[in-house]
Design a protein around this ligand. Sequence first.
Ligand code: NAD
Ligand code: ZN
Length: 375
Amino acid sequence: MLTATRPAVDLGDVRNVGAVTFGGGAIERLPALVAARRSQAAAAGADTRAVFLVDEYFSRGGDLVRRLGSETGDPVEFVSTREEPTTDDVDRLTARLRKDGVSAPATIVGVGGGITLDTAKAVANLLTNGGTAAQYQGWDLVRVPAVHKIGVPTISGTGAEASRTCVLTNPASGLKLGMNSTHTVFDRIVLDPDLTATVPRSQYFFTGMDAYLHSVEMLAGAHRHALGDAYAREAIRLCREVFLDGDMMAPAARERLMAASYLGGCAIAHGYVGVLHPLSAGLSVVLGLHHCVANCIAMRAMEPFYPDAVAEFRRMSAAQNVQAPPGVARDLPEARRHAIREAMLLHERPLTNALGRDFRAILSPERVGAMLDLL
Ligand code: NAD
Ligand code: ZN
């Protein structure tokens, strides 16, 4: 039976990306999109330079950088993906741009995975808002609109291209939290599935599963409504086609996963994740594991919470022959296991969404200890 929903928490306005260009070869439109921003800036007597923040993978060869529409004088920075972005990384990059006299560029173009897209979003917020990145970690703390920004994902799954956040770790406090704001949403995105052909298979699987897991956790939570559900259900349907029906990296599968990633990002803007993402965040903060592989590891402890999704995830993993590394938390000293639980419990909104207000009692030290043994 259908029941009407009334969200328990006001999530505020949900802004969608301003414009989406989708399809194989869409990247060829990027130079014209950047040129249009330059013309607008010239007409206003403003800085006509564009800033390009590009995943370091593309510094190693290929001709992608040449095809982005950069001109002499434009800053082109390669973003390291060895570690996930920190507030310090974003502060340093913003300071470097300011030192080079770039404080109000015509646009910032982020080209890469979630790390690069989130870095572009954060730098765009900081250039107009001033201060340091840590000041804006939280909900609706970004005061004024960011610099215009264009996102070009080169790997699919996180939904960073669609979402209203950019996830940063604060090394001083250990807090892993985004700048949740309507100002964080990209003005434009270019979704070209041709760009994901070179992603290593295991990375493609781990990141792709993020779209599935965002949607699974949304649909299992208390905070639901028909619009969020619609995005999430379609994202899951597409993921089933991609991961259960032939090669996940065939051209048609890459196109579907790019759509699923976008829809999963739209879904999560209307709600919250659940138990998996907080555990994954604990693994990231304490063990330094990257988000998407940490999710796939954390799935091993999710049977009591999401039994059907765990079974389906196992089928997907077997069909594509990709497994996350086992045993990451088994022989850890007690202090580090405790730290994982503490980092997990910081995520109050998702845990309340999944387990209700008593989530701390449910996730007792013994229970979380037993979960870690399964990883
Ligand atoms: P990533 O940025 O971590 O990149 C993963 C790896 O793939 C890197 O080695 C990168 O160089 C490589 N790569 C990217 N594109 C490639 C290509 N076309 N060919 C070959 N190699 C390529 O990727 P991710 O998994 O998309 O992003 C994870 C990040 O996203 C984390 O920092 C996480 O916190 C963040 N995230 C953000 C949101 C959001 O809403 N903003 C949501 C979930 C996760
Ligand atoms: Zn995620």
